[in-house]
Design a protein around this ligand. Structure first.
Ligand code: KAL
Length: 259
């Protein structure tokens, strides 16, 4: 057993720019020798993903569109992956969205549409993808799913609001999917990352304060980096973690243990 992912293929969903946690995961996977497939949601992200992928040393990656709100796009995307590579060994699901208006102030600002949108993109999509992977028998050699969560799915964090409810749903989905897919040799886990300055965090007015609190109060007294999340992803994708499924690993400098 080792941490090399040589000869294995992984799908990384949700790279937006060089600060993306998904890009940190991609770089760690690439360093471990993995072959990568990237998916993006919105057309305007395609160019930035292409430019980033060109910076990788061995650049034989496939880039495909996959709007996770569409069953048809999920089917088309993963069918193409099946055609191109036949078998994959893991998927990093790094996709989330909620309306900006519902990510500050009172939780009661939530609307039915906004609630369902956040659930659709940020939580249901993992189950929709897992279903497609199973139907296409894409993880025929066994595999591993990873998704990204945040402490706001377990506790109330100021302004996280509708996204906190979506992450709670995502973390529960990880457990039910893990229970269902275990019999097929497929593991499902989440990484609860500490706050990182990504595109998702853009426009969060008090983000510096949030980072400062982690620096001051977390056991490791520093902020989380995309590289730390990426290296944990390599572990979760490798056979070294073969006994772990249905788990939520906090990669947050230990912040979650602080009361
Ligand atoms: C408590 C924290 C403060 C921030 C509050 C909410 C963050 C929610 C994350 C969510 C994914 C952000 C959005 O959906 C933003 C969206 O409304 C506007 N942005 C976009 O459309 C951009 C262009 C695209 C690329 O973004 C997406 N998502 O598609 C949480 C902080 C401390 C930690 C964070 C940022 C957690 C997290 O879940 O990302």
């Amino acid at each position: 057993m080792n941490l090399s992912l040589q000869g294995k293929t992984f799908v990384v969903m949700g790279v937006a720019n060089k600060r993306s946690i998904a890009w940190g995961i991609a770089r760690s996977l690439h360093a471990a020798g993995a072959r990568l497939i990237f998916t993006y949601g919105r057309e305007r992200t395609e160019k930035s993903v292409k430019q980033l992928v060109e910076t990788l040393e061995t650049n034989n990656s496939i880039i495909l569109q996959c709007d996770v709100t569409s069953d048809e796009q999920i089917h088309t995307c993963f069918s193409k992956i099946k055609e191109e590579v036949g078998t994959i060994h893991g998927i990093a699901h790094c996709v989330a969205f909620a309306n900006k208006e519902e990510l500050s102030g009172e939780y009661l600002n939530v609307t039915r549409e906004g609630f369902l949108l956040a659930q659709n993109i940020s939580a249901y999509s993992l189950s929709a993808i897992a279903k497609e992977v199973k139907n296409l028998e894409l993880m025929a050699e066994g595999g591993s799913f990873i998704t990204l969560s945040y402490l706001g799915g377990e506790r109330v964090m100021t302004n996280y609001n509708v996204m906190g409810v979506a992450k709670a749903s995502l973390e529960a989905s990880v457990k039910y999917l893990a229970s269902n897919l275990g019999q097929y040799g497929i593991r499902v886990n989440s990484i609860s990352a500490g706050p990182i300055r990504t595109l998702s965090a853009k426009g969060v007015s008090d983000f510096n304060t949030i980072l400062k609190e982690v620096e001051e109060k977390s056991p490791l007294r520093r902020c989380t980096t995309p590289e730390e999340v990426g290296d944990t992803a390599v572990f979760l994708f490798s056979d070294m973690s073969r006994g772990i499924t249905g788990e939520n690993i906090h990669v947050d400098s230990g912040y979650h243990v602080i009361g």
